[in-house]
Ligand binder design. Structure first.
Ligand code: HEC
Length: 399
C-alpha cells in the first residue's frame, strides 16, 4: 500500500507538470499570436479577419488568420482541457501533500501553527477565497491597473500571513496555488462559458458578441501575467534561501513582481516590435531586490543553555548541534549552504522536538542524514539520539 501511495505521489506530480506545461505553452502561444498578428495586408481567406501572421517552425511555413466567423467551422478545437487537469492534479497534490501530510509539510516546525484542522481550513481558504473577490474587482472595473494593485496586495498579505502560520515552504506553495486557482477558475467560469455563448451565436447564424470576446481575452491575459509568479512559487521547494530568510514574503513578492514585469516587457515587444528597456530594467531591479533580501542573515531562535530538562535532552541537543546544525541552522556554517536545507532548522530543543519524527526517520530509521555522513556522526551518537527521540514519542514516518 505504501509503495502504491508513493507512486500515486509521483504520478500526480508528473501529471501536474505535464498538464501545466501544456496549459502554459498554449497560453503563451496564443498570447503571442494575438499580440503579434497585424492588420491584413493581402487578400484573406476568411471573413472579418482581425489579424494575420506568418511564422516558421520545424521546417514548415504557417499562415494564421484571426477572424469572426459568419458560419461555424466544420472542425473547431479548443484548449481548456489542460487548464482543468492542471487544477485537478494540483488540488490532488495539495490534499495529498499538505492536508494528509499536514503535520509534516503544512504545520510550521517552530510550532506556530494553529491546530491541524484549523490549518487545513486556512489552506482551503487561501485557495478558494480570493477568486470571488478578484472576480468582483474585474466585474466592477475595466482598469487592469486596479487588478494589478489588487494582485500585488493579495500576494503580499497572503504571503505574510501564510508565513506566520504555515511551514515556510508550504506558505510559498500556497501563494502560488492561490494564483493558480484564480487562473483555473478564470478558464472555468469566464473563458469557457464565453466561448460556448459565442459559438452558440455563430451556430444560430449571428455574429459572435464581441463583449464575450473582450471578457475572455482579459481573463486570459491576466492568466498570462500570473504564470511566471506561479511557476516560481511552485518550484520553491528547492529554494530554502528564498523562503527561509526573515523577509520571505517580501522576497516572494519581489521575485513574483520581477516575473510579472518580464512578461510585461515581452508582451510589449510582441505589440511594438521594440524592446521595452524600462520594463526590462524594472524587472531586473525587482529580482535584484528579492536576491538582496536573502543576504540579510536570518535571525532564527537561540537555545537557552540553562533550560534543559534532562541530561539525555542536553546530550541529544549537543549531538545535533555538532552533526546536523552545521547545515540545519538559521545560519549554517557548512560551506556551500547559504540557508537551512529544506528549511529544517535545529537551533533549539523546541525545533528538534517539533521535528522529532522527521529526525528519527532521516537520521535513525533510514540513516540518510547527515548526507554521506559528512559530519562523521558515530553509531554511538546515533543510538543515543535515537533513544532520546523515542523517549519523547518519535515515530518512523516511513512505516
Ligand atoms: C551537509 C549538510 C547536512 C547535514 C550535516 C545534515 N543535513 Fe539534513 N538535509 C540536508 C539537505 C541538503 C537536505 C535536503 C534534502 C532534500 O531536499 O531532498 C536535508 C534534509 C533534511 C530533512 C528534511 C527531509 C524531510 O523531508 O523530512 C531532515 C529532517 C534532516 N535533513 C535531518 C537531518 C539530521 C537529523 C541531521 C543530523 C543527524 C542532518 N539532517 C544533517 C543537508 C544536511
Amino acid at each position: 500500500m505504501d509503495i502504491l501511495l508513493e507512486w500515486f505521489g509521483y504520478l500526480a506530480r508528473w501529471g501536474h507538470v505535464l498538464t501545466a506545461i501544456t496549459w502554459i505553452g498554449t497560453s503563451f502561444y496564443f498570447n503571442w499570436l494575438d499580440l503579434s498578428d497585424r492588420k491584413p495586408e493581402v487578400k484573406t481567406l476568411m471573413p472579418n479577419v482581425q489579424g494575420q501572421l506568418h511564422e516558421m517552425h520545424g521546417g514548415s511555413y504557417y499562415y494564421h488568420e484571426r477572424y469572426w466567423p459568419t458560419e461555424p467551422p466544420k472542425r473547431l478545437l479548443n484548449h481548456s482541457g489542460p487548464a482543468q487537469l492542471t487544477f485537478l492534479t494540483g488540488l490532488l497534490l495539495i490534499v495529498y501533500i499538505y492536508w494528509l501530510g499536514a503535520d509534516v509539510y503544512l504545520l510550521d516546525p517552530s510550532g506556530n501553527s494553529p491546530s491541524l484542522w484549523v490549518s487545513i481550513l486556512l489552506s482551503a481558504l487561501i485557495l478558494f477565497l480570493p477568486y470571488p473577490i478578484y472576480d468582483q474587482v474585474c466585474k466592477r472595473t475595466d482598469n487592469n491597473v486596479v487588478v494589478l494593485v489588487f494582485s500585488a496586495v493579495l500576494i503580499l498579505v497572503t504571503g505574510y500571513l501564510a508565513l506566520q502560520f504555515f511551514s515556510p515552504r508550504a506558505a510559498f506553495v500556497h501563494v502560488g496555488a492561490m494564483l493558480g486557482t484564480i487562473m483555473a477558475l478564470n478558464v472555468h467560469f469566464v473563458i469557457v462559458p464565453n466561448h460556448i455563448k459565442m459559438h452558440t451565436q455563430v451556430r444560430n447564424g449571428e455574429l459572435a458578441d464581441l463583449a464575450y470576446h473582450k471578457q475572455a481575452k482579459r481573463r486570459s491575459q491576466h492568466n498570462n501575467y500570473y504564470t511566471l509568479p506561479v511557476l516560481f512559487s511552485m518550484l520553491s521547494a528547492h529554494f530554502p534561501l528564498a523562503y527561509g530568510n526573515d523577509y520571505g514574503f517580501l522576497t516572494l513578492f519581489m521575485v513574483m513582481g520581477g516575473g510579472f514585469l518580464l512578461r510585461y516587457a515581452r508582451n510589449r515587444k510582441f505589440v511594438t516590435d521594440k524592446t521595452d528597456l524600462g520594463a526590462g530594467l524594472l524587472a531586473i531591479l525587482f529580482l535584484a531586490g528579492g536576491i538582496a533580501l536573502t543576504y540579510i542573515p536570518a535571525t532564527g531562535e537561540v537555545q537557552d543553555m540553562s533550560a534543559f530538562t534532562s541530561d539525555e535532552e542536553k546530550a541529544a541537543f549537543e549531538i545535533v548541534q555538532q552533526r546536523c546544525a552545521v547545515c540545519h541552522s538559521a545560519r549554517p556554517t557548512m560551506e556551500g549552504f547559504a540557508s537551512a536545507p529544506a528549511g529544517v532548522r535545529f537551533d533549539t530543543v523546541a525545533q528538534m522536538t517539533a521535528l522529532k519524527d522527521r529526525i528519527y526517520t532521516q537520521a535513525i530509521a533510514i540513516d540518510i542524514m547527515p548526507p554521506g555522513n559528512l559530519t562523521e556522526m558515530t553509531d554511538d551518537e546515533r543510538s543515543r539520539l535515537g533513544q532520546w527521540l523515542i523517549s519523547i514519542g518519535a515515530k518512523n514516518l516511513d512505516e
